[in-house]
Unconditional design. Structure first.
Length: 423
């Protein structure tokens, strides 16, 4: 197949962001497919383009880089202009490049524009990949408030869903919302994946000396609008009040709230909190190898109960249990596979109690670690999910010819209704 993938956040493991597209695409290349990715320059990626448009090859992937900077620290207007500029340039590729199938990966939702052009002008099958629910998520988080922009975004969302031959949702919750709202039947659930090779391999990257003499609790990812990292700070204060100086909280990441959190940690002398900034995945693997558990911290909004966070899959691949507070599919996964602990939303006391429990109960921590590693291998292995995605594309190009998944598999799709499984 000749695959054209519109995705603005492409990076490799040398960067500090999701490598989903890189990992899937290089596997498809090994299958004999031709994969072209049209991307921009996210500040957490490792791409360093020359000129307005650059073209590089990465492990067989044809990467076309639109040299437009994208950062979560940018204001709303700047981000919107960046998204629109990318979609305009990407639309040229949608018209010109010879392809068999097109994938548009949202958000931002504007990435659907070149997908729509390829679908209606070129008559190419369109796979619309939903990594987050937009604009619903932006509305719930208060990011999008203007009525005109909400109406415009909702129109574009509806157009993308209706045009898509297949939709790839990253969680059961996303698939349920799309099905109930837009009555689309062709939805495949393909979550983010566990990098079992990287995170199960012993790393020689040295860590600071203080990391050897404490129980580490690790948070990785954005420190911004979606992620309630202040919840982590309140939890650290609770640990401090209970004189648990043996537990250190490490935040690896960047975002809008990072400067304020660093200032707060310094002002109130929270020496049990370390804010390190973004790190390459290889270094994150070293931190996970030393950690008692990993934590997820999302704001208490319904849309965030549907998330599919890379940080969770990285922890599973490293055999590290997760403490989290979302109340959707991740909570059900924790209960079903006993690979972590779910607390009440925004409850610092429960969060701290869960960390203390895993620190003190070595048997429980060991059991959950084994289960985390097992669920990474059985349900979220990259090879498995890359093949499933490829089957979806094959079915779009040659309807009903792609191999079908067994209903008796142990993967996440075995837990959903039959019409949710595609390819």
């Amino acid at each position: 197949m000749r695959i054209l993938y519109f995705y603005q956040y492409f990076t490799t493991p040398k960067g500090a962001y999701s490598t989903r597209v890189y990992e899937f695409a290089r596997r498809w290349c090994r299958e004999g497919d031709s994969v072209t990715v049209i991307t921009s320059v996210y500040d957490k990626s490792d791409l360093q383009p020359q000129g307005l448009i650059d073209r590089i090859e990465i492990e067989g992937i044809d990467v076309r880089i639109v040299n437009i900077s994208l950062s979560n620290s940018h204001g709303f207007v700047t981000r919107l202009l960046t998204f629109l500029a990318y979609s305009i340039i990407a639309s040229w590729y949608a018209i010109r490049l010879p392809v068999d199938v097109v994938v548009a990966s949202s958000g931002p939702l504007t990435v659907g524009i070149p997908g729509l052009i390829a679908r209606y002008i070129r008559r190419r099958p369109l796979i619309f990949e939903v990594r987050d629910l937009w604009p619903e998520g932006a509305i719930q988080l208060g990011i999008l408030r203007n009525r005109f922009l909400i109406a415009l975004a909702t129109w574009l969302e509806r157009a993308c869903y209706h045009a898509a031959d297949h939709i790839v949702a990253l969680s059961e919750g996303m698939a349920d919302w799309i099905r109930e709202t837009y009555e689309h039947d062709h939805i495949a659930i393909i979550p983010n994946a566990a990098d079992n090779r990287l995170f199960s391999t012993t790393t020689n990257i040295p860590l600071p000396g203080w990391a050897d003499h404490t129980s580490l609790v690790l948070y990785t990812g954005s420190i911004g609008a979606m992620n309630d990292c202040w919840q982590i700070i309140r939890m650290a204060e609770q640990l401090k009040s209970e004189h648990r100086d043996d537990i250190h909280v490490v935040l690896i990441g960047d975002g809008r709230d990072r400067p304020a959190i660093e200032q707060y940690v310094k002002q109130y002398k929270l020496d049990n909190v370390k804010v390190l900034g973004p790190r390459p995945k290889e270094e994150v693997a070293a931190w996970l190898a030393k950690s008692t558990c990993a934590i997820l911290a999302f704001r208490d909004k319904p849309c965030l109960d549907t998330v599919s966070p890379n940080k969770m899959f990285d922890a599973f691949a490293a055999g590290v249990p997760v403490v989290q507070a979302t109340q959707g599919w991740i909570k059900r996964l924790m209960e079903r596979r006993h690979c972590g602990i779910t607390t009440s939303p925004s409850n610092a006391e429960e969060f701290a109690a869960a960390l203390i429990q895993l620190t003190e109960d070595a048997e429980l921590q060991s059991e959950m670690s084994r289960n985390a590693r097992q669920v990474a291998e059985e349900e979220f292995d990259r090879d498995l999910l890359a093949q499933r995605f490829r089957n979806v594309m094959l079915d779009a190009v040659h309807p009903h010819s792609a191999p079908q998944q067994s209903s008796e598999t142990s993967d996440p799709l075995a837990q959903v209704k039959p019409n949710e499984v595609l390819g």
